[in-house]
Design a binder for this molecule. Structure first.
Ligand code: MGP
Ligand code: SAH
Length: 265
């Protein structure tokens, strides 16, 4: 038990732990340098999830307050990206991310070989998204745009459109049934109508308590109705959100198909 071999292993493990802690402290300092109070109580819970949000968090990932509670967990974003990358016959698909935040989804789309146009209305978030994309080495595959998705939409084209709009903050959980009118900055129907002008291949990232009948109704806004699929997104055993796929990106034909993707990290 006290052999030199075991001792060496213990020392190595201790060194690894120390290095990991140091990197984490450096990441904290960088956040502080930029004036972000990452110890605010509302953010503490997401800070504990930081490696499921960004596996490379310790390399210096930057996140602001809204980003903490909105960023898509990396394993779920990777599943979205795998679906977009599989769009048949499109080689290297062009994916538009209309509400890109600090880049959680855009980075995963780019990592799967998609070209991405990442739009966010908040210039600080776009700055963080550029920085974070560099950490993952995918900044060359993303065009970052600071702007209002609703103004830009009529000029945008792409093979797929990813929509992860604000849900109104963590209090979205207070609703027994989250209806689409609660999405921000416009209701879900308006967002979807606009989205359809860009492409029928739409991915919507929605609260786990969203009214699924309303989500299915979105597919009927097209004639003929769009193919439609619902995916329940987990991290480990916890349900985090719902993803709705529309058009060619949906695996199933029209109808409410509740499948569990069992995405884990
Ligand atoms: P959560 O329910 O706030 O966290 O968000 P958690 O850790 O599941 O809460 P718990 O107290 O039940 O443990 C779950 C996930 O939903 C987040 O990691 C984000 O990916 C996503 N999410 C949450 N909010 C409030 C938003 C939002 O406003 N917009 C978007 N696009 N995603 C959000
Ligand atoms: N999927 C992202 C998180 C998106 S959070 C990630 O994984 O990092 C929703 C984002 O929508 C916020 O960053 C907010 O700044 C942005 N937003 C709000 N209104 C917008 C608008 N009109 N146009 C573009 N972006 C908007």
């Amino acid at each position: 038990m006290f052999s030199p071999k075991n001792r060496k292993r213990r020392v190595t493990r201790r060194r690894q732990r120390r290095r990991r802690r140091d990197r984490s402290v450096q990441a904290h300092s960088r956040q502080e340098e930029r004036g972000f109070d990452f110890f605010s109580p509302s953010v503490a819970k997401y800070w504990r999830q930081r490696y499921s949000l960004f596996s490379r968090f310790d390399d210096g990932i930057l996140v602001d307050e809204e980003g903490w509670y909105s960023v898509t967990p990396e394993a779920i974003a990777a599943a979205h990206a795998a679906r977009a990358a599989s769009l048949a016959g499109r080689g290297c698909p062009l994916v538009l991310d209309g509400f890109a935040g600090v880049g959680g989804n855009a980075i995963q789309f780019a990592s799967r070989g998609c070209h991405v146009v990442a739009v966010d209305i908040d210039p600080r978030k776009i700055g963080f998204a550029v920085h974070n994309a560099k950490i993952y080495g995918v900044e060359d595959r993303i065009d970052f745009v600071t702007g209002d998705f609703f103004r830009l939409a009529p000029r945008l084209k792409g093979d797929a459109l990813f929509l992860s709009p604000p849900w109104g903050g963590p209090s979205y959980r207070d609703f027994r049934s989250y209806t689409l009118d609660l999405l921000k900055p416009r209701d879900g129907y308006s967002i979807f109508q606009l989205a359809q002008q860009i492409t029928p291949n739409i991915i919507m990232f929605l609260p786990c308590n969203v009214n699924l009948n309303q989500v299915e109704e979105l597919s009927w806004l097209s004639s003929p109705p769009l193919k439609f699929e619902i995916e329940v997104n987990h991290v480990e055993t916890k349900v985090k959100a719902i993803t709705a796929y529309f058009g060619d990106i949906a695996a199933r034909s029209s109808g409410l198909s509740k499948i569990c993707s069992g995405v884990t990290s």
